[in-house]
Design a protein around this ligand. Sequence first.
Ligand code: FE
Ligand code: CA
Length: 520
Amino acid sequence: MKRRDFQRAALALALQPWLLPLAGAESAAPRWRGNPFALGVASGQPRPDGVVLWTRLAPDFESLPEAPADPALVVGYEIFSDEALRQRVQRGQVRTGAARAHSVHVQVRGLRPDRYYWYRFTCGDAVSPVGRTRTAPAPDAAVSHLRLALASCQHYEQGYYVAHREIARQDLDLVLFLGDYIYEGTNPDHKVAPGVREHPQEVPRTLDGYRRRHALYKRDPDLRAAHAAHPWLMTWDDHDVVNDYAGDQDARGTDPAVFLRRRAAAYQAYFEHMPLRLGPEPAGGASMRIYDRMVWGQLAELWTLDCRQYRSPQACPDPLRGGGRMVLGCDALTDTRRTMLGEAQERWLGESLSASRRAWKIVAQATQISSTGIDSPLGRTTYTDAWDGYPAARARLLRTVADARLADVVTLGGDVHMNVAAQLRLQPNDERSPVLASEFVTTSISSRGMSDAVLERIRAGNADIVHARADERGYTRVEVTAQGVSAEFRTTPYPATADAALGTQARFAVARGRAGVEKA
Ligand code: FE
Ligand code: CA
């Protein structure tokens, strides 16, 4: 098709209603030379009646006969109730364009609860890979189990995504990804081996930069396979924008008005690459609600929290570096006005957590809640970027659990690049303070962890930490049943080996009705 014809066809499309007969779309769409679905397909945020389906057409349009400046395109989607794709239950079309980086988010409704579905996209003569997804059980259904993979922190330069390869092959209901999906920076000291692979572009600061970074990560076949195999629930952490940012401030003390433009670009690109219901509000703005609540029948209620967008800045920052660090004798830490979740999210969580009558309350958030302080001759040092740096906010969260007499709260976290199983008490590490909840933190998919020497001092200073290992990469397999929650740390010490196999580092369990983790 000539460029002028293409523009005329695109204009004709623009005058059409949102949903078009398939023939109309095909006549207007280009014949692709390459694969416009190179970034794969994904699904997320399952509900009893639907799910969000996602794809993004190849960002560089390398496969178009002639690349128009802004080709508005119509993308078709089909949903099947069988793997052989014989029973089509829905189809439709959506329009996309350069303003949203040719991403597609379909909010499917009208599906049946607790069912697997298969889906694919079409655009012109191109057909996407097939994804598998599932709906959540009905809210009142008796459900025997919820099986999920917990993952976070996948620095591209620090290892391969062998964990995603295993996740893609597992029998799971969900993948729960807790942040650091991309990394903006390069740490020359943390490359696991020379030549593993590199970020080819400079540090992203603009919408175009973040889109390129996301597209790079999505070109990894193991990551695409994990997306195509299961619906994902997601939240973000700092590196999805920039290291150690807190609310409207970055660690460098950039003018918040300037930083918020960068945050808006990062959030917009994040939305464009994820199977999410909601994007920035207003479109392209610096605010985006990502915290969410999901119900899994009568078995579980699951909250995914945002620990970055609304938090107070880290206490007592290094005046030159900013951000998080180890501090000693920092009075600002205990200021009760300091918040991790922001007032609105904290109230929303508190109210819905207190009211939940489901067997398990699963609070998924980006970082570590249990204390990691290190005792020294001069006193106790505290890492200020995780919940330890927000002790008043942590106490409010745990007091909510205590006041509502919730026995079955399990928190899930990421960010710290280590596997952790820990008891959560109002007074950390104080045996007289009852265990109120149980924590599992998953190690990173690929990002390097702290040294054993430091971790040994953390273990020594924190009796509540039952297990902590930072030397291996992987994910955590979590299984929830009426009787208990189990966590299996699946890891490899060789993230730089492209075909490394994972093994089980350790297993822990929480018994119904008794808060606290136990070795299983
Ligand atoms: Fe990380
Ligand atoms: Ca992080």
